[in-house]
Ligand binder design. Structure first.
Ligand code: EPU
Length: 337
């Protein structure tokens, strides 16, 4: 087992923050993961996947386990569907492309989401009317302390909007090693009701879209609004969209008649945090090496060598301002480390 010391994590987190791991181990197979856990499980550990949903505000004292397990295979199929098993370290978008090349449908709307497959269930990734839970079959995870492998079904994961049991009751207890998705092989059910997808397909002059067309539309939309982490460091949506009561919403709508919103239930309304942040005046604001993206106010960015703690201070200022102006609390979607 090779434990390295003082390893920069700059290229391992999509925010591009130059924090260090005091101790770091690259995990390329299950055997190595178990070996490391056998001796290190009782010490502080930090599991790193694609590094796409975290803001590093300091160096990491714990041993960083960098999960790079690879492999994709169809493990079960009928004429209608296939169950695909992907190892945790596979890049999510490359996996989507592999599925499209194999004519497997269900995750085309989730094209270009940064991160790895192993972390996708933790926050139930979602975009353009589709969430991972819609196609999730099961996943395998290793219990850190006992090294026992457990299978979690869709129900076991308790998925919700950007939530799962791995962020709640079982936080920090398991390492997801592979994920199985159930995808369609024919009669693909397309989700193209989302306004932006509809208009993108129209402008591409596609009236009978395939799953590859939907993916292309999603890629175009994302590229027009969201910065590419390879060029500008970011973690996608920094905040979750808040859900408020109908009474609170009516008050807000009185002051801001054009506030965009989605009805969650009879008594609850979701308001886009991006709109709140833009209305609070933060969209496109730059403070030296960091700021708020100019095309999507929900995304905080690192232009070059920003410190995580400065970006976090900006996030807190945004939260306070939104709270003062609208009396709405916005929570971070990104994990603050
Ligand atoms: N809006 C603004 N100003 C902004 C950004 C958005 O007024 O700067 C308004 C838009 O005009 C629109 C509404 O907010 O009326 C919603 O915007 P958009 O459709 O871009 O989606 P979102 O709510 O900002 C969510 C997800 C994204 C996902 C998109 C598309 C969350 C926290 N974010 O964003 O997910 O791609 O929907 O489905 O739920 C991510 O999680 O990293 C992510 C990018």
């Amino acid at each position: 087992m090779t434990i390295q010391e003082n390893v920069s994590l700059k290229t391992f987190n999509t925010f591009g923050i130059d924090a260090k791991a005091n101790k770091y181990v690259n995990i390329q197979n299950l055997g190595k993961l178990k070996e490391v856990l056998k001796t290190e499980a009782s010490k502080p550990l930090f599991v790193l996947g694609g590094g796409s949903n975290m803001l590093l505000t300091k160096d990491i004292e714990a041993l960083v386990l960098h999960l790079n397990l690879k492999g994709i295979a169809i493990i079960e199929e009928t004429e209608d569907y296939a169950v695909v098993n992907a190892q945790a370290g596979e890049n999510w978008h490359e996996f989507v492309l592999w599925c499209l090349d194999n004519n497997l449908g269900g995750i085309e709307n989730l094209s270009l989401i940064p991160g790895n497959i192993g972390t996708a269930p933790i926050q139930n990734i979602g975009a353009y009317g589709v969430e991972l839970k819609d196609v999730f079959h099961s996943c395998e995870a290793i219990h850190i302390l006992t090294q026992q492998t457990k299978t979690f079904t869709n129900q076991d994961c308790k998925f919700d909007y950007r939530e799962s049991i791995f962020k709640q009751d079982l936080k920090g207890q398991y390492i997801i090693t592979n994920v199985k998705l159930k995808l369609s092989k024919r009669n693909h059910k397309l989700n193209i009701a989302y306004g932006a997808i509809k208009s993108e397909l129209e402008s591409l002059k596609i009236s009978n879209p395939t799953i590859k067309d939907v993916s292309k539309a999603v890629i175009n939309i994302r590229q027009s609004k969201l910065p590419d982490p390879k060029e500008i460091g970011n973690s996608g949506s920094f905040f979750k969209n808040p859900v408020i009561s109908l009474t609170e919403f009516k008050k807000l709508q009185k002051d801001f008649p054009n506030v965009p919103h989605y009805v969650v239930s009879d008594s609850e309304i979701k308001v886009p945090a991006g709109w709140l942040i833009e209305t609070a005046g933060f969209k496109g604001k730059r403070f030296g090496d960091y700021g708020v993206h100019n095309k999507q106010a929900l995304v905080l960015v690192n232009y070059k060598n920003a410190l995580g703690k400065d970006i976090y201070a900006l996030a807190q200022l945004i939260q306070q301002t939104v709270s003062r102006l609208f009396n709405i609390k916005i929570e971070t979607e990104v994990n603050i480390i």
